[in-house]
Design a protein around this ligand. Structure first.
Ligand code: ACO
Length: 279
């Protein structure tokens, strides 16, 4: 364990690394893991540390107790900072955007959201920013903003628009109706929903699959996906052409050459059916 990992507060956010997977839990179970300034600033610190931590190959974001996250803390994230100095309000918004999507979407390691229970409002931001998501069938999701008279702001509306088709997105934004894990899977908000008793094993299986891939290329894949969605077709083609060169050039394990040789020369595997053998 590095000194940086050992020095994490382990207070509002718990971190445990096992077999390459960092299990990161929002840790305010008594408040259903509502996101307060404590979580915001600690989570940024956690992401900094895990980025540099060699023993962490994959990050799983989840919540302690029976909630994933009840969204932003209405008292500590909204009411109290709104009454304080604007500069502090702005700093808090910036720090929250950083961990919830600016950093997480482009995080250099694969990320999986594990939705273990209540998931409301602002929690959709980091749910959608994670690369993949697994839910418990028993989880309850909701865009509850409309129920207390605000729009889904931050980046909630944009995240939902990116993840869901229009009819579903607007239905849940405009009604605030709740839905369960199975519905989340059906509408594409999560990759898989399984009974809660099977959820951790499902996440481990998915993490294992991701950790078998070339991490350098895996990162370029997800960054390329997010950036090209905002580009024109021509710009995307140019970007991806440059990116594939850069990826090959910088790849510490020179995976493309290795994979090609294992298929064409050694005939030891088939790329269509699995990954090349890494050292
Ligand atoms: N902000 C502040 N406090 C919260 C939040 C929240 N988002 N969610 C829960 N809490 C607090 C409650 O006030 C309560 O505190 P207390 O024990 O000091 O009274 C404690 O957490 C437990 O909450 P209960 O409501 O008693 O828990 P229960 O399990 O019955 O219900 C549920 C859970 C459904 C999540 C409920 O707490 C709830 O509706 N929370 C608000 C969900 C929400 O609308 N989030 C905001 C989305 S909008 C946005 O994020 C921008």
């Amino acid at each position: 364990m590095t000194d940086a990992l050992a020095s994490l507060p382990q207070n509002n956010v718990l971190v445990k690394i096992e077999d390459g997977v960092a299990w990161v839990s929002l840790n305010r179970p008594g408040k259903r893991n509502a996101i307060n300034p404590g979580i915001v600033f600690e989570m940024n610190q956690v992401l900094d540390v895990l980025e540099a931590e060699d023993s962490c190959k994959c990050v799983v974001m989840t919540g302690s107790g029976d909630a994933f996250s009840a969204g932003m803390d209405l008292k500590e994230y909204f009411r109290e900072p709104d009454a304080g100095p604007p500069v502090a309000r702005e700093r808090l918004n910036r720090a929250n955007s950083a961990w919830q999507w600016r950093r997480l979407m482009y995080y250099p390691k694969p990320t999986i959201a594990m939705v273990n229970g209540w998931c409301f409002g602002g929690a959709f931001q980091f749910l959608c920013a994670c690369d993949l998501a697994v839910s418990a069938d028993e989880a309850t999701f909701g865009l509850s903003e409309i129920n207390w008279g605000i729009i889904p702001a931050g980046i909630v509306t944009k995240s939902v628009a990116a993840a869901l088709q229009q009819r579903k997105a607007l239905y849940y934004i405009m009604t605030g109706d709740t839905f369960d894990g199975k519905e989340a899977e059906k509408i594409g908000l999560v990759n898989f929903s399984v009974p809660k008793a099977e959820m951790v094993d499902k996440v481990k299986e998915l993490a294992k699959k991701l950790m078998e891939k070339n991490p350098h290329v895996l990162r370029a894949c997800k960054v390329g996906y997010h950036y090209t969605r905002e580009m024109s077709w021509d710009m995307a083609a140019e970007y991806l052409a440059s990116k594939i060169d850069a990826t090959k050039f910088r790849d510490p394990e020179q995976g493309a050459a290795k994979g090609m040789s294992q298929f064409l020369d050694e005939k030891s595997y088939r790329p269509g059916l699995g990954a090349y053998k890494r050292d």
